[in-house]
Ligand binder design. Structure first.
Ligand code: PLP
Length: 401
């Protein structure tokens, strides 16, 4: 007999959390680990944002905030969303939650009927399928192809849609592939969505401010504003402002959906931390040069990593256009043998072998829905990124038929 509910059978611990547990154990045993699994910027939250939090505490902003988010923060989100999506949202169509993660969860909880299908393009952020399962929905994984830089093929999307489809999850730049869509690609997807008025879209834009070569990630709302009534925009301050621990995300979308999400939130966590909301307000309304500086730093690390990985035998790495992950294909290495006789049978075994041999920690691509790949995060010091990639190249070079 177990106290644990039936629905938990389908739900796994997030692989990045599981990896952290293993890495902590190895560190306690005295191993030196180069951790390239990290899903957060290694920068400190900028000083002016930290100061705003202290000032909020001193002012006494320490009581329950409005459950849907403080008015000044929701107004700042509205102002930001005009820049990011071209759409002007009134504050009652905006919700502030405990991270973008809670926005996604609230949305799925308040919209899915049992058996509703949610199309999740692979590779996907590991939490999407589990969140859909928890909310009683059915994840429908839509494969994408490395030759299309892991972007959704509009025809494949059209084929995946059924009368039960409720949502399409979109995430660009993608965790883990770093794929960003251009306007023409977004328009082609918008055409499919226009032809299927039963499908709603969640755009997870959490990495949208971290793009490379000064090229922004266009938003589907900019090319198809007519879809606004079916789109939930999800974003937050975690990645762009190095504020992962503050736990502030936001969503904007149709009024009845946001209202239902606010009810879920009011009956679970209530409003997000009042002090963090004051800090997020400073992030969105204060100087924005920190975001560009973070993106520039990530681009340098991406380039350093790719320069090494592109010469690693058996790896094919698409250059990401944003975010802080590289998602190399390693299928050519599956079935090969290491000098100690270990046969590498899968991406998970490759990742385990690299960790054992070199102390470099990566995440297997199977967890992201694409076996035969792995995810490397370059949100670590550039010297660690270089050293880690050199070690990966050495392992690849030493594998034989
Ligand atoms: C694609 C994606 N969406 C959402 C989140 C969660 O963001 P937050 O920290 O705001 O909850 C993450 C965090 O890793 C992510 O990678």
């Amino acid at each position: 007999m177990t106290v644990v509910a039936q629905r938990m059978r389908q739900v796994k611990l997030s692989p990045s959390v599981a990896a952290r547990i293993v890495l902590n154990r190895l560190r306690e045993e005295g191993r030196r680990i180069i951790d390239l699994t990290i899903g957060e910027p290694d920068f400190d939250t900028p000083a002016h944002i930290r100061r705003a939090a202290v000032e909020a505490m001193e002012r006494g902003e320490t009581r329950y905030p409005l459950s849907q988010g403080t008015m000044p923060l929701r107004q700042a989100v509205a102002d930001r969303l005009i820049l990011d999506t071209g759409v002007s949202y009134p504050v009652d169509q905006i919700i502030v939650s405990t991270g973008a993660k809670q926005v996604l969860y609230n949305a799925l909880m308040s919209s899915l009927e049992t058996g509703d299908e949610v199309i999740i393009p692979a590779p996907y952020w590991v939490s999407y399928p589990d969140m859909v399962e928890l909310a009683g929905g059915t994840p429908v994984v839509l494969s994408t192809d490395a030759t299309r830089r892991y972007k959704i093929d509009p025809q494949a999307l059209a084929r995946a849609i059924t009368p039960k489809t409720k949502w399409l999850m979109m995430n660009a730049p993608s965790n883990p592939s770093g794929a960003v869509y251009d306007e023409a690609e977004l328009l082609a997807l918008a055409e499919v969505l226009r032809a299927n008025p039963n499908v709603w879209v969640m755009t997870d834009d959490i990495y949208a401010r971290l793009t490379f070569n000064g090229r922004p990630a266009p938003h589907i709302l900019q090319v198809a504003p007519d879809l606004a009534e079916r789109i939930l925009v999800v974003n937050g301050v975690s990645k762009a402002y190095a504020m992962t621990g503050w736990r502030i995300g936001y969503g904007a979308g149709p009024k009845d959906l946001i209202k239902a999400m606010a009810v879920v939130q009011s009956q679970s966590t209530s409003g997000a931390c009042s002090i963090s909301q004051a800090a997020a307000l400073a992030a969105l309304t204060g100087p924005q040069d920190c975001v560009a500086a973070f993106a520039t730093s990530f681009q340098k690390r991406r380039d350093a990593a790719l320069a090494i990985l592109s010469t690693a035998p058996g790896l094919q790495a698409v250059s990401p256009d944003g975010g802080f992950y590289i998602f190399p294909d390693c299928t050519a290495l599956i079935g090969k043998t290491a000098p100690d006789g270990t046969v590498i049978n899968s991406d998970a075994e490759l990742v385990q072998y690299i960790l054992k041999e070199t102390g470099v920690a990566l995440l297997d691509g199977g967890s992201y829905g694409v076996p035969g790949t792995f995810r490397l995060s370059f949100a670590s010091a550039i010297d660690d990124v270089r050293e880690g990639c050199e070690a990966i190249r050495a392992v690849c070079s030493a594998l034989s038929e």
